[in-house]
Design a protein around this ligand. Structure first.
Ligand code: GAR
Length: 187
């Protein structure tokens, strides 16, 4: 059995999509963790029947959350709309085993403070003709690490940030689960 931890700070539509993709496939179990006690992802976890837990930013930073992941025999970590920085001790325990999805074509529109709608607003404000997704492993900088997969989508001059967000989410739903599946198969 491979134990996958999904970390999410917000709505969790990617987390739900990932869990649904793996339904009926053997050998994978999920647990959803959030650093926000009122994050909608926890409602989704309840509805999906997936175990879930919450933790404080301080527990991420002082290693107690990491100890919990290790005690639960976590094999792989998926960041799906997770907004806190992963500390070095966790990177050391999960080398190349933490994957993140970012809603732009990194290195464009990444870095501290660039998340969710802020990314799409910046893309539209800059008049970009395309945007997309980047799936990457994590290193000790925000939105850096090795790119595992990118996909693009056209941005029309008439597109609002909401419309770009919608298109990018569709790409996330289409590709993130199978990229995770491929990474897990190599563990
Ligand atoms: C996703 O679009 C994800 O790419 C983005 O947050 C959204 C979460 O949506 N992540 C980042 O911006 C990380 N820097 P969801 O909660 O509905 O899955």
């Amino acid at each position: 059995m491979k134990n996958i931890a999904i970390l999410a700070s917000g709505s969790g539509s990617n987390a739900e999509n990932i869990v649904n993709y793996f339904k009926g496939k053997e050998g994978i179990s999920f647990k959803i963790y959030s650093n926000k006690k009122d994050a909608f992802v926890l409602e989704r976890a309840k509805r999906l029947g997936v175990p879930f837990d919450t933790f404080l930013k301080s527990e991420l930073e002082n290693g107690s959350f990491l100890s919990k992941l290790v005690a639960e025999k976590t094999d792989f970590v998926v960041l799906a709309g997770f907004l806190l920085k992963i500390p070095d001790d966790m990177l050391a325990v999960f080398p190349d085993k933490i994957v993140n999805i970012h809603p732009s074509l990194l290195p464009k529109y990444g870095g501290r403070g660039m998340y969710g709608m802020k990314v799409h607003e910046a893309v539209v404000a800059a008049g970009e003709k395309e945007s997309g997704i980047t799936i990457h492993t994590i290193d000790d900088h925000y939105d850096e690490g090795s790119v595992v997969f990118q996909a693009t989508v056209p941005v029309l001059p008439t597109d609002s940030p909401d419309e770009v967000a919608h298109k990018v989410h569709e790409l996330e739903y289409k590709y993130f689960p199978s990229v995770i599946e491929d990474m897990i198969s190599k563990l």
